[in-house]
Design a protein around this ligand. Structure first.
Ligand code: MSP
Length: 653
C-alpha cells in the first residue's frame, strides 16, 4: 500500500470533548510536536495529526446539563483545545474532528466493509442498565454496584447490538507482539498486553448501541450508533483520506510511523485497532509508543486532584505564567523514558530555576553581556587557540550525535541530559578561561575573541538541538547573534559561525522564580525544600522472602546482560548511592545503584558487571536509572557479580 520514502507520520490520540484538558494530557501532544519538529530537522516530510473525539453518551449528557445541543457543546470545547495547542506552540499539520463530514462518511464505509466481510455480526449485548440515564454499564464500571453517573440502582438488561469478531485475532496479535518488539514501545508494554489481555482470552467486541444518539449511525442498520472507540481509532486513516475520493495522503504517509499514546490507552491501540486493521487488510502502523503518566502524589494528574489550586494543572495558566517553552521543557525533562513522572508546582518552578534560569539562561546572558562589554557586540575574526578549547569543541561536535539515538527513540529526558552536559561544559569554560581577566590585558584581545567565538559556537549548537523542545527561546537566541536553524546532523559542522559574530543583548530568557511567593499565590503555602535531593528513608533491611518457583519462560523474560562500567561517581548527599554509566557495546545507559558503602567508583570503572536490562526505569534520589546491577549481600557487605570474562552485551542465561 505504501510508497513511503522520506516521510514521517506521527499521531496523538484525539482528545475527549467531555471535559477540559490539564497539564497531564498536554504531555502527549507536546511530545508529538517535539518529535515532529526533530524529524523535520532531520529532513523528513512530516505529518503530525491531532484532533478531537466528540461522540458518545458522556458528551450527550454533559451538553444536556449545560442546556446546549451536542454540536454547540463540542464546538466550544474544540475551540478551547485548539487554543491550548496554540498557547503551547503545537505545530500540527492536521486537526481532525470525529464530527467532520468526511470522517463520518469514511467510518460508515469502514463499518460497511467489515459487515460485508462477515467481521461484524448481530447479537445481543447484556449489561447493567440504568434507565434514568439510558446507559449500559459493565460490572467493573459500576460504583458500589450502582450507576457511576447518577448513583441510582441498575438492573440486568439486554440490547440488540453488532459485534466485531475480535476473538478471532487473539493468536495473531500474540504472535505479532511477540515477534515484533518495535511495534509496541517502550519494551515491557507488549508483555503487559499479552499477559493481561490477550492470553486470558479475547471476547468479541460490542461495536454498536441503540441507546446512544450522539454518534455515527451504521449504514446497514441506522438505529445503531458506532462504538466510540472504533469511530475514534479510525481517525488515523480517515484523516489521510481513507475511503474518500482523494487518498493521496494515505498513499504518502500510511503506515503511521508512531501512534503516540498514554499507557492507559495502549490496549485500545494494539488490540482493537490492530485487529480492525487486520480485518480491513490495511498495513499496521510501525509503532505504538505508550508513554507514562504525569502524576500528582503517585496518581494520574487530574483537575479534581489539584484541589484549591486548580490553576496549577491548567496549561494556559502555566504557559502564561512561566512561558510555554518552560512548560514544554519541564514536561519532557520530567518524564523519563516511557515511565511516569511526578508533577508538583514547586518541582516545576525548581526545575525552571535550575536548568533554564541558572544553567541555560545564564550561559546566554553572560556570553551576550561579555560580547557587548568587551567588543561592543562585534566579536572579531582573529582567533588564538588555547586550553581548554579542545575539550569544549569536542563536546560541541559530539553532542548532536550523542543526543540523536535518544531523540530517535523518544527518550527526550535523556536527550536533554546530553544537551545540558554541553550547557554545563560551556558554563565551566567561562569559569576556566575567565574572559574578564583576559579583557584586562590588551595582548590577550585575540584570545578573548576566540573564547567568545567558542562560547557562541556552543550556544549555537545548544539552541539548534533545543529547537524541537523550546522553539521560541531558541529562535530568539539564535537570531540575537545572526545564527540560524540548521539540520540536526549538520548542526556542529565547522564553519557555521565563521567570520565576525554580531551579538545583540538578549532579553532575560527565563526570569528566576520566587518559589515561596508563587506557592503562596496559589494557596499552597510554604514551598517544599528544592527537589530532587529527597532524603533517603532509612529502612530496615528486609529478609528476602523465599523465592517462588519460576517457569523457564518466566526466567527468560528477565534480560540479564553483561555491561562494562564506563564512568562511576558518588551521588551527592547520599551515603549509599553510586551513579554509573555502563555500556552494552551498542548502547549506553545510566544506572543508580545502592552499593556505595561497599565499593568506591574506582573499584568498578573498567569492569564488567551483570545488569537486569529490562527492569522498568526508575527515578532514584532524583536521578534516572535504567536497569539494576546484580549483587549479593547488604550494606557494607555487598558483593557485585563481576563478569570480566564475558563480553559487554552478552545475554546471561
Ligand atoms: N479520546 C481518547 C483517545 C482516542 S485515540 C483514538 C482519550 N482521550 S483523553 O483526552 O482522555 O486523553 C488524551 C491523552 O492524554 C491520552 O494519551 C492519555 O493517555 C493522555 N493523558 C491523560 N492524562 C494524563 C496524564 N496525567 N499524564 C500523561 N498523559 C495523560 O483517551
Amino acid at each position: 500500500m505504501s510508497d513511503k520514502k522520506n516521510t514521517f507520520y506521527i499521531t496523538t490520540p484525539i482528545y475527549y470533548t467531555s471535559g477540559h484538558l490539564h497539564i497531564g494530557n498536554s504531555y502527549t501532544t507536546v511530545a508529538a510536536d517535539t518529535m515532529a519538529r526533530y524529524k523535520r530537522m532531520c529532513g523528513y516530510d512530516v505529518m503530525m495529526l491531532t484532533g478531537t473525539d466528540e461522540h458518545g453518551q458522556k458528551v450527550e449528557r454533559k451538553a444536556q446539563e449545560a442546556g446546549k445541543t451536542p454540536e454547540e457543546f463540542v464546538d466550544e470545547i474544540v475551540a478551547d483545545i485548539k487554543n491550548i495547542w496554540e498557547v503551547l506552540g503545537i505545530d500540527y499539520d492536521k486537526f481532525i474532528r470525529t464530527t467532520d463530514d468526511y470522517h463520518v462518511a469514511a467510518v460508515q464505509k469502514i463499518f460497511q466493509a467489515l459487515y460485508d466481510k462477515g467481521e461484524i455480526y448481530k447479537s445481543e449485548y447484556e449489561g447493567m442498565y440504568c434507565s434514568p440515564c439510558e446507559a449500559f454499564w459493565t460490572q467493573h464500571q459500576l460504583v458500589d454496584g450502582k450507576c457511576p453517573d447518577c448513583g441510582r440502582p441498575v438492573e440486568k438488561a439486554k440490547e440488540e447490538s453488532y459485534f466485531f469478531r475480535l476473538s478471532k485475532y487473539q493468536d495473531k496479535l500474540i504472535e505479532l507482539l511477540e515477534n515484533n518488539p518495535d511495534i509496541l514501545q517502550p519494551a515491557g508494554r507488549a508483555a503487559e498486553m499479552i499477559n493481561n489481555f490477550l492470553k486470558p482470552g479475547l471476547q468479541d467486541l460490542c461495536v454498536s448501541r441503540t441507546t446512544i444518539k450522539w454518534g455515527i449511525s451504521l449504514p446497514f442498520d441506522p438505529k445503531h450508533i458506532a462504538y466510540v472507540w472504533v469511530d475514534a481509532l479510525s481517525n488515523y486513516i480517515t484523516a489521510l483520506g481513507y475511503n474518500s475520493e482523494d487518498d493521496s495522503l494515505m498513499k504518502k504517509y500510511w503506515p503511521a510511523d508512531i501512534h503516540l499514546v498514554g499507557k492507559d490507552i495502549v490496549r485500545f491501540h494494539t488490540i482493537i485497532w490492530f485487529a480492525i486493521l487486520m480485518a480491513l487488510d490495511i498495513e499496521l502502523p510501525k509503532q505504538v509508543y505508550g508513554h507514562g503518566w504525569l502524576q500528582m502524589n503517585g496518581d494520574k494528574v487530574s483537575k479534581s486532584k489539584a484541589s484549591g489550586a486548580a490553576d496549577i494543572v491548567d496549561p494556559i495558566f502555566l504557559a502564561d505564567h512561566f512561558g510555554r517553552d518552560a512548560i514544554r521543557y519541564f514536561l519532557l525533562r520530567e518524564m523519563p523514558f516511557g515511565s511516569d513522572g511526578e508533577y508538583t508546582y514547586d518541582g516545576l518552578m525548581t526545575r525552571i530555576n535550575s536548568d533554564l534560569a541558572n544553567d541555560l539562561g545564564n550561559l546566554v546572558s553572560r556570553s551576550a553581556a561579555m560580547a557587548v562589554k568587551y567588543f561592543d557586540g562585534k566579536i572579531p575574526t582573529a582567533r588564538v587557540a588555547g586550553e581548554p578549547d579542545g575539550d569544549l569543541l569536542a563536546l560541541i561536535a559530539e553532542t548532536p550525535k550523542n543526543a540523536k539515538p535518544y531523540m530517535d527513540s523518544m527518550s527526550f529526558s535523556l536527550a536533554l541530559t546530553e544537551i545540558f552536559k554541553l550547557v554545563s561544559r560551556a558554563n565551566k569554560y567561562i569559569d576556566e578561561t575567565a574572559p574578564w581577566a583576559l579583557a584586562k590585558d590588551p595582548a590577550q584581545t585575540d584570545r578573548l575573541a576566540t573564547v567568545m567565538a567558542n562560547l557562541f559556537e556552543a550556544i549555537r549548537v545548544i539552541c539548534n538541538l533545543l529547537l524541537p523542545f523550546m522553539p521560541d527561546t531558541c529562535n530568539k537566541v539564535l537570531a540575537s547573534f545572526g545564527a540560524s536553524a540548521v539540520a540536526w546532523d549538520a548542526c556542529a559542522e565547522e564553519g557555521n559561525l565563521s567570520g565576525e559574530i554580531c551579538v545583540t543583548p538578549c532579553p532575560v530568557l527565563f526570569p528566576r522564580i520566587d518559589v515561596k511567593k508563587e506557592m503562596a499565590a496559589v494557596g499552597l503555602g510554604e514551598a517544599e525544600a528544592p527537589k530532587p535531593a529527597k532524603k533517603e528513608k532509612k529502612k530496615k533491611p528486609a529478609e528476602p522472602a523465599p523465592a517462588a518457583e519460576l517457569a523457564i519462560e518466566e526466567f527468560l523474560n528477565v534480560d540479564l546482560s553483561v555491561a562494562k562500567v564506563l564512568e562511576c561517581e558518588a551521588v551527592e548527599n547520599s551515603e549509599k548511592l553510586l551513579k554509573l554509566k555502563v555500556s552494552f557495546g551498542n548502547e549506553e545507559r545510566q544506572i543508580v545503584s545502592g552499593i556505595a558503602k561497599s565499593y568506591a567508583p574506582a573499584d568498578l570503572v573498567g569492569h564488567n558487571v551483570v545488569v537486569v536490562k529490562n527492569l522498568k526505569p526508575a527515578v532514584i534520589f532524583g536521578l534516572e536509572s535504567f536497569g539494576m546491577i546484580l549483587a549479593s549481600g547488604q550494606g557494607e557487605n555487598i558483593h557485585v557479580l563481576f563478569a570480566d570474562d564475558s563480553k559487554p552485551g552478552d545475554r546471561i542465561r
